[in-house]
Design a protein around this ligand. Structure first.
Ligand code: ADP
Ligand code: MG
Length: 319
């Protein structure tokens, strides 16, 4: 199977590559052409996933396809952007039809769920890795950035954190668990649900937002720095996760909630007056703390003692 046959069979022929709104020209030419609606800005984000670094080389290709796109789509959610399209640069050690069929099926599933059209890419031979670029649109000036949190705002998350981090222990075979514990955690890891609708609902309400990909502490640190404020996380307000606590125990579950990445929920700051309307529509939303004057991120226990862990988040290239 040659490169063009591979592209045609698995990607150009996928349902997610069909004509769609905002896409004037898709796969097949030197460039795709996107037409954002009048008055909208294009939101663009790229993520690379490398086998052995971001996922185990021998994982289920369907789940990998799903997860690869979810990770990128979540960046659109964190900006409050509506999905438009994506490209896929895929590097493969070999053209294995079974692997490609399952990978494309997983990718297509997530693309259809997120309403993202596949408009192009690149296909090369080499160690397994993929780079996905997503394009979204957001009314000019209304994107949710990391800057803008104000003293007195609430700190919120769109859903539970830490579960994907717990799942990673299972994925890497470092822990094992009964299905009732393992399954909900693994679902979090392999099929994260990008909070695209929540992100768009936060436009004009949240003062700052991002998607939690490197761990809550690290990502809250980004908001604190960009906004020039301090964020306080109250540990006991972090959403309860029964499977996570069953897998790790209370103390390590708290560490996972604060430090593990890969959850792809939105963290945001919100003026208190905006909370009731949002909570009614998004029951999984949780207030986990507040914005104060100062800098950095602090974690407090029930009695107000500072329990901030020293090491937070996953950073490439640090020793
Ligand atoms: P070029 O030589 O202009 O870089 P390619 O031969 O790499 O074009 O690709 C041909 C067409 O197929 C282009 O429109 C490109 O965007 C698309 N394409 C290549 N690889 C993929 C892929 N993995 N998924 C989707 N589209 C792809
Ligand atoms: Mg090319």
């Amino acid at each position: 199977m040659g490169e063009f046959e591979l592209i045609r069979r698995y990607f150009a022929a996928a349902a997610c590559a069909a004509a769609s709104e905002g896409v004037a020209l898709g796969i097949g030419d030197d460039c795709a052409l996107l037409t954002p609606a009048a008055g909208q800005q294009l939101a663009v984000s790229t993520d690379t996933l490398v086998a052995g670094v971001h996922f185990p080389a021998l994982c289920d290709p369907f789940l990998l396809g799903q997860r690869a796109l979810a990770v990128s789509a979540s960046d659109l959610a964190g900006m409050g952007a509506a999905p438009l399209a994506f490209t896929l640069a895929l590097t493969l050690p070999e053209a294995d039809p079974d692997w490609l069929e399952a990978f494309a099926r997983g990718l297509n599933r997530m693309a259809e769920d997120c309403k993202l059209a596949l408009v192009g890419g690149d296909t090369t031979r080499g160690p397994l890795s993929m780079t996905l670029t997503v394009f979204g649109q957001v009314p000019a000036g209304q994107a949710l950035t990391r800057a803008g949190a104000r003293v007195g705002d609430l700190l919120c998350v769109g859903g539970p954190v830490g579960e994907a981090g717990g799942a990673l222990e299972l994925v890497l075979g470092r822990l094992a668990a009964e299905p009732e514990v393992a399954e909900p955690l693994l679902a979090r890891y392999w099929s994260p649900q990008p909070q695209l609708a929540l992100g768009q609902a936060l436009r004009g309400r949240a003062t700052a937002a991002l998607d939690v990909s490197d761990g809550l502490l690290a990502d809250c640190g980004h908001i604190a720095r960009a906004s020039g404020v301090a964020l306080v996380i109250e540990a006991e307000r972090l959403p309860v996760s029964e499977p996570l606590e069953a897998l790790l125990g209370a103390e390590r579950a708290l560490q996972a909630k604060l430090g593990a990445g890969d959850d792809y929920v939105i963290a945001f700051t919100l003026p208190p007056s905006e909370l009731p309307a949002l909570q009614a529509q998004w029951p999984a939303l949780a207030v986990i703390g507040r914005v104060e004057a100062g800098s950095g991120v602090r974690v407090l226990d029930r009695s107000g003692h500072d329990i901030t862990p020293r090491q937070g988040g996953y950073l490439h290239f640090t020793e």
